[in-house]
Design a protein around this ligand. Structure first.
Ligand SMILES: N[C@@H](CCC(=O)N[C@@H](CS)C(=O)NCC(=O)O)C(=O)O
Length: 214
């Protein structure tokens, strides 16, 4: 059985929702970032980065959210939550997954931990502001993409891992000073469809989160 090391309202949300969508057996192991459990030796032995999440599959630890999600969709191709390998649709899905993880998510990590990049509080506030500005431009790209097709989901007609991952990152912008993800018209329409899915609701409830989720 899969074991997902998770903490409420963090990057473990994407694989947690995915496990629900896949309807496969799994076990959650609370590794609360609020109490520093992710920096303790037993967790660092699984994931030396000390970041959430980690997935253990048959004794093998996998870290990096996007890698975990790819492993899960590849292990259950019959659930069709990611396009088939070798297709142009798969290339499109790779493009967005890598962009979400390497570009938007890493910008948001700077927004959440600006103090890791500078030594004074004042400079940290400046770094945070710049990260928010950069993320705003990236949200514009998502909104433009969603506006470019009339399909219900991020990649088109089929709900996919990209909907889950993108919704999670849009949620992370809900405390932005200026424009949040939900203030973009096409993101606002799309994200409500993602939030209405029973698997998403289940995870929001499990994590004890309150509305607005995004
Ligand atoms: N690139 C990593 C980043 C994960 C990440 O930054 N997770 C956050 C929670 S959302 C975390 O563990 N933060 C604690 C820390 O950096 O000390 C991934 O996608 O798994």
């Amino acid at each position: 059985m899969y074991q997902l090391y998770y903490s409420p309202s963090t990057a473990s949300m994407a694989p947690h929702i995915l496990l629900e969508e896949l309807a496969v057996p799994y076990e959650l192991v609370l590794t609360d970032t609020a109490t520093g459990s992710h920096k303790k030796a037993d967790y660092l032995a699984l994931n030396p980065n000390g970041t959430i999440p980690t997935l253990v599959d048959q004794g093998q630890a996998i870290f990096e959210t996007a890698a975990i999600c790819l492993h899960l969709v590849d292990s259950h191709p019959e659930k069709t939550l990611f396009p088939a390998p070798g297709t142009l649709q798969r290339a499109e899905a790779y493009k967005w997954l890598i962009w979400l993880s390497a570009t938007l998510q890493s910008t948001l990590v700077v927004y959440f931990y600006p103090d890791r990049w500078v030594s004074s509080e004042q400079n940290a506030a400046d770094v945070k502001r710049h990260a928010e500005q950069k993320a705003k431009g990236l949200l514009e790209q998502i909104d433009k993409h969603l506006a470019s097709h009339c399909s219900p989901w991020f990649l088109g007609e089929e709900f996919s891992l990209i909907d889950i991952y993108a919704m999670m990152l849009c949620r992370w912008t809900r405390h932005f000073d200026e424009k949040k993800a939900r203030d973009f018209p096409f993101i606002a329409l799309w994200v409500q469809k993602v939030l209405a899915r029973p698997a998403v609701q289940k995870v929001m409830d499990y994590d004890g989160l309150v509305k607005p989720y995004v």
